[in-house]
Design a protein around this ligand. Structure first.
Ligand SMILES: Cc1cc2nc3c(=O)[nH]c(=O)nc-3n(C[C@H](O)[C@H](O)[C@H](O)COP(=O)(O)O)c2cc1C
Length: 324
């Protein structure tokens, strides 16, 4: 387990939790931390909404001291708004502020944010300059390989970002046109790593701790960011620290679900917590025998006592295989 640094921030190890919209909220980040996650990212938050003092968005910035080091990610389309929002985020005392330059969602790109902002380099230059002026600590960007295979701009953007004082770059080896289809092409990560001196965090299709080590080996990247694998199996951080891929026992997964529910209830209340947990239970039980039936049984249930009984029955049975 070797640390790495972004600007002056020391991060205990090299597997980073990706920002995942509606997933990497406080309860889930705390679950990841319980498995030893190092740097964790909040889900993306709208710069415009923060500047307009939208209470829900401001609430999304909440974090616990135990979550450090923690990064907050902003999305938006205006230099002025993003810089103002960066000041609001900075006031929370979080450790890293990241700009989303990779989101492919229609709603975001139609508004000129996410990966669309990366297609306008003149505008992006203004954005990065304005944000850098306000951000005192580590400032990072997260981008894709390009808009499509004919417009692969990541290396140019990475160099520009470095020149403008950005402290680290996360690169997802897919283009916007790819969405989440096909594969993350790790060769783009290698290209960026060779083009800049600031830390490069590779991202895309890391499903296990072994994959994370393979990505660092293959691309030379300084750290690896994992998203969907952590959503399915947050113990990936423990595996990364231990250096081997392990399969948790059904009882460990069951225990994690109950811990997660307690956190979800604590921070969001019972009704919202249950709604959230249905999503996580589905993800945690993916690949388990009879998991599909369990997920079907849970649809629309709103009483935790009933859900708990079903889960206890499910995990109380014979040991089951997990696809990891
Ligand atoms: C449900 C979902 C939500 C996501 N939300 C965000 C987000 O808020 N900000 C961001 O930069 N990327 C977001 N991403 C992209 C991930 O951070 C990551 O780049 C992508 O999933 C590839 O990594 P993976 O193969 O490890 O999942 C999201 C992806 C998914 C599947």
């Amino acid at each position: 387990m070797t640390p790495f640094t972004i600007k002056n921030l020391i991060i205990p190890h090299r597997l980073v939790l990706a920002p995942l919209c509606s997933i990497t909220n406080k309860p889930f980040r705390l679950i990841c931390k319980s498995f030893g996650a190092g740097l964790v990212f909040n889900q993306m938050v709208s710069a415009k909404a923060l500047v307009m003092r939208d209470q829900k968005s401001l609430g999304m910035l909440d974090f616990d001291e135990v979550e450090r080091p923690i990064g907050m990610q902003l999305f938006g389309n205006s230099a002025e708004t993003l810089a103002q929002a960066a000041e609001i985020v900075q006031a929370t005392g979080c450790d890293v502020i990241d700009l989303n330059l990779g989101c492919p969602a229609r709603k975001i790109i139609n508004d000129g944010g996410g990966s669309k902002l990366a297609t306008d380099q003149a505008k992006l230059k203004h954005v990065l300059t304005a944000m850098r002026k306000k951000i005192v600590g580590p400032f990072t960007i997260k981008l894709r390989a390009g808009w499509n295979d004919k417009d692969l701009s990541a290396v140019t953007i990475a160099k520009m970002a470095q020149d403008l004082g950005v402290d680290a770059i996360t690169i997802h080896g897919r283009t916007t046109a790819q969405g989440y289809r096909s594969v993350s092409r790790w060769e783009f990560i290698t290209e960026i790593k060779q083009a800049v001196q600031i830390p490069v965090i590779g991202n895309g299709d890391v499903k296990t701790a072994s994959d994370a080590y393979a990505m660092m080996q293959e691309t030379g990247c300084d750290a690896v960011m994992t998203g969907r694998a952590a959503f399915h199996a947050p113990w990936i951080f423990r595996d990364f620290i231990d250096g081997n891929d392990q399969v948790p026992s059904p009882q460990q997964i069951e225990g994690m679900i109950f811990t997660h529910y307690d956190l979800a209830k604590k921070y969001y209340g019972d009704a919202q917590g249950i709604k959230l947990m249905r999503k996580f239970i589905c993800s945690y039980t993916k690949g388990l025998r009879d998991g599909a039936k369990l997920r079907n049984d849970l649809v629309r249930l709103t009483d935790w006592a009933i859900i708990e009984k079903i889960i206890r029955g499910f995990f109380g049975g014979a040991p089951m295989a997990h696809s990891g």
